[in-house]
Every structure is written in C-alpha cells, then in structure tokens.
Design a binder for this molecule. Structure first.
Ligand code: C2E
Ligand code: MG
Ligand code: MG
Length: 889
C-alpha cells in the first residue's frame, strides 16, 4: 500500500497541487494494530469492574466506560458531557478537586476516596485514581480516571471496628443500651441514610426497650411506644417486628394498614427490613430493624448484616441476663442469712460472706488464708471430721452438725453443708461451706422436749415423764429390793377458786401449791402434775409406811394454808391416796389405779385427808363393776322403785310436797343406797333412762294427788302440790331430756308447775356452758328449780341469782348440828335470812328432832323434810298418807 498525499497550495493566484506517493505498508500495519488495540481497550474497559473515564481539563466526562453502570448505576451516556463534580459528595469535592490538581501537576498521578452519587441519589464510597494524558508540549491534555466502588470494603472496615468495640464493651460489661447502640451503628453503616432501631421485649415489662440511632425521628419512637402501651403492637409485633425476618421493599405497597406502616409513612420511610433477635431455644428477645426513605430491596449483604447484628444483640442480651443472675447470686451470697465460706484447694479460706462475720464474729481479714480449723471448738469428735472428708472425697458433699467457737470464745452449734467444686482434672478447686447457727434452734428443741415432758405452768414433770420415772423407780426398787410409795393428790375445792377468782388466780394457786408440795419431799423424789388439780408424788426407797404418812400429812397441812392470789385468800385442801410398790401392785398401771382409788376414798371420806390403798378398795372396784351389771338388769326387770318423802309446810304441818327418791332392792345384797349406785349409773350412762323413768313415775303420782285434791274441792292444795325429782348433772348432757319430759307431762296431762327439778351446785362447776339456757327451758314451761344440799358446796349467791332457782334445800348437816353447834345455827339463820331477801322458799332437810323443826320454823323456814315427819315411802303408802291421814305431826 502507498499513501498519496495531495496538497494544494495557492501561489500568486495559482493553485498548486502537489502529490506525494509514499509506501505506507508499514504504517497501515500500525493503524490496524492501533485499531485493534482500541477495540481491545474498549473491550477491556467494558469488562473490568472499575469504571474508566476521561475528563477534559474542565472536569467534564469525555469518555466513560460501560462499567459506570455497575459502579454508580449510570450509563455512560448519563455521564458524558457532565461535570465530574456533579457526582461527588459536596463534602468530598474539595478533596477530589485537590487530587485532580495534583494529578495534573507535577505529581502526575493521584488517588482519592470519596462518596460518589448513585443513580438513586444515594452515595457510595469509591476510590479513584487519576492520571493525566500529556501533550507533546509536556502539557496535560486530559485526565484518565478509574473509579472503583469500595463501599463494601469501607463498610466492612467500619463494621469491623464496631464489632470489636462491641466485644470490648461486652467484656467490660458496659450498659446493655450502650452496647446495642453500637449494633445500631453497625447496621447503619451498611448504607448511607439507613436508620436502625432495636426493640427489646421482656416478659412482664410494661414498656418495650427501644434503642435507636439519633437519626431516627422521635415521632417514630413515640408511635411505637404508644402502640405498645395500647397493646396494639401485640398484633403487629408478631407479624411485622418479631417472629421472623421481614423485608419490606415498599411499605406503601403493603396490603394491610398497620400502626407500623402509619408510623413509617409519617416518618417518611418506604423500606423496612427487620430481623428477630432470638435467645436460647429460639425465644424472641426483640427485633432489629432498618429503615430507608425510599423503596429498597435488601441485598444479600444487608441480610447478612442484620443477621450478624441480631446475633450479636442476642449475645449481649443473654450476657446481660446471666450477669443479672450472677448479680443475683452475688446478692444472695451477700444477704444470705447463712454463713458462707469458700476455701481453696489447700482448704485455706479465700472468701467469706457478711453472715459469716455476723455468726462467727470474724472479719474477712481475720480469716483470709487461714484454715477453717480456727473456728473449731475443739469439741467435735474425730469421727465427725473423718466422716466429713470421706464424704467430700466420694460424694463431693457433706452435711452435719458441728460445734464451733465464735471470735469471742462463745460456742455455737452450726449446721454445715460443704460442697466441693472440682476442676476439669478432677482435683478439688474450691470447698464451699454454708452454715447456719442452730444454737437457738437447738434451744427451742430443748423447749419442745421440755414441753413434751414438763408441765408448762408449774414446771413439774407431766404425766408422761411421771410414768417414765415411775417405771424407772420401780425397776430400781426391784434391783435394790426397796419399796416406793406413790401418792395421788387432788386439790379439793379448786374448781370453786377457778370459777370465782378466774383462771389466772387458779393458775397462781397451782404454781404455789406445786412449790409447797415440792418443799415436803426430798430432791430425789418426784412431784408431778398429772393434769388439772391432780398431782402425784413418788417417794422412792421409803423404809416404812409411817414416813409416807408423814409426808402426806405434811402436804395436806401445807395445802390447807391459805393461798394469796389476786390479793385474796383462797382456801383449798387435799385428798391424798397412797399406795406401795411392790406390796399393792406388780405394774405401774395397777399401781396408779390403786393410788387413784385411795384418793377417791379419801375424798369420799370427807376430803382433806389421806387414805391408804387397801384390799377392800380393790374389792370395791370389783363390786362397782358388778353393780353396774346388776343395775342394768334391775332396770330391765323392775327391781327399782321410786319412794316419796313427804315435805311438810312447817307453819301448818301439812304435807304439800314430796321428794322422789330412788330405791333399789338388790336380790342378794339387799337395799343399795342411791349414793352408792347413782354414781355408777352416771358412769355407765344408765342415769338417763333411769332419770326419765323416775320423772314419769313421779309425774303420775303428782297427777293422782292433784286429781284427788280437785276431787276434794281443795283447790288451794291442788295449786301448791309439788313433787321434786333429783336430776344429776350428767343428765343435762343428754339433749333429748327436755322434750322427753315435756312429752311425758303432756301424755299424763299434768301441768308442769307440779314438778320441781332438784339440782346440786356441782352442776354449775362442770364445763356445761349452756347450763343456764337448759335450765331456763324447764322454767319457761313452768317447772320449778330447787337447789339441793345448799351449804355444802360453794354456796355462791351468784349462782342463786344467775340460775334463778325457786327453792333452796338447806343441807341436813346444818340441821343436824343445829342443836349443839352455834356455828351451824348461825349459818342456818344466815341462809334463811338471805333466802327471804332473795324471795326463795327454803326446805330444811333431815329434820329428826322437834327442836330442829321448831328452831327452823321460828327462824322463818317454810318447809321441812325428815325422819321426824316421814321417811321416803312407796307410792301407795304416800297416797294413802296424803289422802287419809292429813293430820299434822
Ligand atoms: P338428797 O337429794 O339430798 O336426798 C335426801 C336424802 O336424805 C335421801 O337419802 C333421804 O332418804 C335422806 N333423808 C331424808 N330425811 C332424813 C333424815 O331425817 N335423816 C337422815 N339421816 N337422812 C334423811 P337417799 O334417799 O339415800 O338419797 C341420797 C341421795 O341420793 C340424794 O340426796 C340424792 O342426791 C341422791 N338420789 C336419791 N334419789 C335419786 C334419784 O332418783 N335421782 C338422783 N339423781 N339422785 C337421787
Ligand atoms: Mg334431793
Ligand atoms: Mg339433799
């Protein structure tokens, strides 16, 4: 190939054409090569990730490689002719501009990092290098630049920094909020303008915990907070915030309206990506979410960032929680009432808690590095320690009681639990000892033992301990061939003291009485309180009966002395039963029964005395049992009869009333007196059937008598006829008695006013709380109440008033003593005077002599009853008497 170059010249009006032919084969080769290399360049430029561009000296793009699309989203045509400055973040332009000058200047090249505007308006970090193209004159013609997107690298770097800060703070145990704020930044550095929020939910917390970046508008926060309080977030939280990853590219395109959507719209957010924060077992701890102001799809990198942030958040939260737990454990350690002592592998003390100091008196500095031996009282057995170490080496655990000594020397009992903490190699690293001071507890234990064996009021052994001691002493007597005396002591009239002066007075009396009894015996003897006002004394090794008698007499004399309680003098006496071992019984049970019987014998002999247990008492006990059986039979076959003892009006001598008295003719034993079998009937419960039967018989008699009086036209007599029936306190226990008796009267057609119920003061001493009420029911239907044996019991005026009795029966003991004892006369007169003031009629019992009758009549006693007039008699006899011989005696 040749090249023809034709040149035209104008020379003086003439055109000169010059042609030159040149062999250009070489040159063409070069051009082809050039063209090929240009295409290659294009190809290269289009295929490298970097964008290549040429800027003219004004900074306008004159060439842009196709890679511009991947770097900034703009196609080459979007950039050509535009100033480079348009695509540089204003803050970075200065730096870029200076770089361009540098490149054009003597340096000839320069590199800069700046934020480059993307087609979507956001910026990304790019790195650019610039080189000038020089003209022949050595002047730069243009600038060739390459632009590389380094956002990822930058982000990576920033995130790396944040990540290490995060772990650093985590280790330093900084506040959870501060740590999480790093994660907000961590997420936010992924994109310019990205806003992040971490929402923490905690069970039982009223408010969510929101950790947000400064950029996030406050309004957005408050919408979330309000929604949470309104519980509306409950619904959204499940779908939009929590549970699962949620990548919303365009909030406006969401199909449903929701609080979050509204909040986003208000804040100007279009895209929202969120990732749940999960704890152990997938439990939702919260969520981490990122917002953008324009529609945006989360890329792989974004998802990875959110995932990483959520994971780190989870670590931080869990760490915080376990820290809290540790804190809790620490506070337990600090506030525990139990002393805690930690020792090292060599068993020297490394740590103690405050309670350790409280219990032992040792401060940490006193014991640090020392062996726990310093606490020992030196009084624990070797076996304790041997057992301890053996158990620790085999079971890593020991529990037991040890006696230790406080710093002040005082000993104390501790309940100690030791656990061994072993290292990975199995060697003991720590021994953790926890102990409680159980000294007080042990004392309490002693009190419990005391309470089980001693009477709390008097401090004397109780029935239980008494039994033990008795058996113990009996065995000792067997060995020593000795004998012991057992005494049962019952305080007479104690109930009265209790009733009138109150229980605390009664208690005081018992305490004082127990002291007095104690003063009568040797230290080796036992005085016990069996219950209530019953005491027992064991005199071991008594040589003879006289000594026992002397002690008994002394006790009786001591108890007769007045007791000063509540600034009043109270009087009691004692009935003592004495029995001997081994003479009277072989075992403790029988011995106690003997003492009991002897005591009852003393009581029935008139109290204030002692009685020996005798064989006859044994017989008596057997007899009582027999009588109980016979009585049952007598009841069935009609061996019992009701007799009536007339009661005379002392002014007229006329029989106007009678007392029903039960009589039992035993087939072999003959007559058995009521005082002998009534108590048996009471014990066996037969008293109720018996009592009702007596009442019925008496009512039938009354009916006959009243009818007779009517028939006689003696209406005055008919009106005042009364038959009294004795009723034992036991009968008041039965609830049916009242209705039963009223029915009987209805059946017989007798007005209740003809019946009188005789009661004794014992009734008031018992534990019947509703006795007044029960008595009132009888009075309400018209029956009268009579207080029997008045003067022998407590004879309280209070009872008379409280129970509204109609008649007083003056006890025969006063009537008997009346003739020769001034005191009895005085009492009789006093009773009569008092009765008249209270408007009560008095029936004097046991009148046997006319003088007694006369005295009583003169003193104002209205009625009399006694052998002087008549003994009790059968019904027929009585009716014959009242209907025929009405003559006064
Ligand atoms: P009480 O109710 O005080 O009865 C009076 C007792 O004195 C009767 O004894 C009577 O026979 C007796 N007596 C009457 N006049 C004289 C007298 O001039 N001299 C002497 N020495 N005694 C006289 P009795 O019948 O042996 O009854 C004794 C007690 O037995 C009664 O005392 C009463 O408490 C009880 N009793 C008798 N019958 C019954 C009854 O049917 N039911 C109940 N629950 N107790 C009864
Ligand atoms: Mg009576
Ligand atoms: Mg009587």
């Amino acid at each position: 190939p040749v090249q023809i170059k034709i040149s035209r010249f104008l020379l003086g009006g003439r055109t000169l054409v010059l042609g030159a032919v040149r062999d250009v084969s070489d040159r063409i080769n070069v051009e082809v090569a050039l063209q090929a290399s240009g295409e290659r360049m294009e190809l290269l430029a289009a295929n490298v990730a970097e964008m290549l561009a040429v800027l003219d000296l004004n900074g306008r793009y004159t060439y842009v490689s196709p890679a511009s699309v991947s770097v900034g989203g703009q196609s080459p045509s979007d950039l050509l002719g535009h100033l480079a400055q348009e695509f540089v973040h204003p803050d970075d332009w200065g730096s870029v501009q200076s770089g361009m000058h540098e490149a054009l200047g003597q340096h000839g090249r320069c590199a800069r990092t700046y934020r480059r505007k993307q087609s979507d308006g956001t910026y990304r970090w790019v790195e650019t290098s610039m080189r000038p193209v020089m003209g022949k004159d050595g002047q730069p013609l243009e600038l060739v630049i390459s632009v590389r997107d380094i956002s990822d690298r930058i982000r990576q770097g920033q995130q790396d920094v944040l990540r290490s800060q995060f772990f650093e703070q985590l280790v330093r145990r900084n506040r959870l909020d501060d740590i999480l704020r790093l994660l907000v930044a961590f997420v936010e550095c992924a994109h310019d303008g990205l806003m992040c929020m971490i929402l923490l939910v905690e069970e039982g917390r009223a408010h969510p915990n929101l950790i947000t970046s400064a950029q996030l508008p406050d309004s957005f926060r408050s919408v979330i907070e309000t929604a949470w309080q309104d519980k509306t977030l409950g619904a959204i939280s499940s779908s939009e915030f929590l549970q699962e990853r949620n990548l919303v590219e365009d909030i406006d395109a969401l199909p449903v309206q929701s609080v979050i959507r509204l909040a986003c719209q208000q804040a100007g957010f279009r895209a929202c990506w969120s990732e749940p924060i999960r704890g152990e077992g997938g439990v939702i701890l919260g969520s981490i979410s990122a917002y953008r102001t324009f529609c945006s799809q989360a890329g792989m990198e974004d998802i990875r960032t959110l995932e990483a942030a959520a994971e780190m958040a989870s670590v931080a939260i869990l760490r915080k929680r376990s820290d809290d737990e540790l804190q809790l454990a620490l506070s337990v350690y600090n506030v525990s009432k139990e002393g805690i002592m930690v020792t090292g592998p060599d068993n020297s003390i490394v740590q103690v808690n405050p309670s350790f100091t409280t219990i032992t008196g040792y401060e940490i500095q006193d014991v640090l590095g020392k062996n726990p031996r310093i606490l020992s009282s030196g009084r624990n057995t070797r076996a304790v320690y041997q057992d301890m170490w053996k158990s620790l080496s085999t079971k890593n655990h020991w529990q037991g009681e040890v006696l230790n000594r406080r710093k002040n020397g005082q000993e104390y009992n501790e309940w100690l639990t030791i656990s061994v903490i072993r290292g990975p190699d199995g060697s003991a690293q720590r021994y953790v000892g926890m102990f409680a001071d159980i000294t007080e507890w042990k004392n309490a234990q002693d009190v419990i033992v005391r309470q089980a064996n001693f009477d709390t009021l008097t401090g004397l052994p109780n029935r239980r301990l008494f039994r033990d001691r008795l058996e113990h002493e009996m065995k000792k007597m067997d060995r020593d061939r000795g004998q012991l005396a057992l005494m049962f002591i019952d305080l007479d009239h104690f109930k009265e003291v209790n009733d009138t002066l109150g229980h605390d007075a009664g208690d005081q009396l018992l305490v004082e009485a127990s002291k007095r009894m104690g003063s009568c015996v040797r230290a080796s003897d036992t005085v016990a309180r069996l219950g209530g006002d019953e005491f027992a004394v064991i005199l071991a090794g008594v040589p003879n009966a006289q000594l026992a008698e002397r002690v008994a007499s002394e006790i009786i004399a001591m108890l007769e002395e007045p007791f000063h309680v509540k600034s009043e003098a109270a009087h009691v006496s004692a009935s003592v039963g004495i029995t001997f071992y081994p003479n009277d019984a072989e075992d403790a049970e029988s011995l106690m029964k003997n003492a009991d019987q002897a005591m009852y014998a003393a009581k029935s002999q008139g109290r204030d005395r002692f009685s020996w247990f005798t064989d006859s008492m044994q017989k008596e006990a057997e007899e009582r049992l027999m009588l109980a059986n016979d009585l049952r039979e007598a009841l069935a076959v009609g061996g019992l009869k009701v007799y009536y003892q007339p009661i005379v009006d002392l002014r007229t001598g006329r029989v106007v009333k009678a007392e029903a008295l039960i009589r039992w003719h035993h087939p072999t034993l003959g007559e058995i007196s009521p005082p002998r079998f009534i108590p048996i009937a009471e014990e066996t419960g037969q008293i109720n059937i018996l009592g009702s039967w007596i009442f019925r018989q008496s009512a039938i008699l009354a009916k006959k008598w009243v009818d007779w009086a009517h028939a006689q036209g003696d209406e005055e007599l008919a009106k005042i006829i009364r038959i009294s029936v004795n009723k034992s306190p036991k009968q008041f226990h039965a609830h049916t008695t009242f209705n039963n008796w009223v029915d009987i009267l209805k059946e017989i057609d007798l007005h209740p006013s003809h019946m009188v119920i005789e009661i004794t003061e014992n009734l008031f001493l018992g534990d019947h709380v509703d006795i007044a009420q029960k008595l009132q029911r009888f009075r309400d239907v018209g029956m009268a109440l009579s207080l029997d044996d008045f003067g022998t019991g407590y004879s309280s005026l209070g009872y008379l008033k409280k129970y509204e009795v109609d008649y007083l029966k003056m006890d025969q003991s006063f009537v008997r003593g009346m003739l020769d004892q001034a005191s009895d006369r005085a009492i009789a007169e006093a009773i009569l005077a008092m009765a008249s003031r209270l408007g009560l009629d008095v029936v004097a019992e046991g009148i046997e002599h006319p003088e007694q009758r006369d005295f009583l009549a003169k003193a104002g006693c209205r009625y009399g009853q006694g052998f002087l007039f008549w003994k009790a008699m059968p019904e027929e006899e009585f009716l014959a008497l009242v209907t025929n011989s009405m003559a006064p005696v």
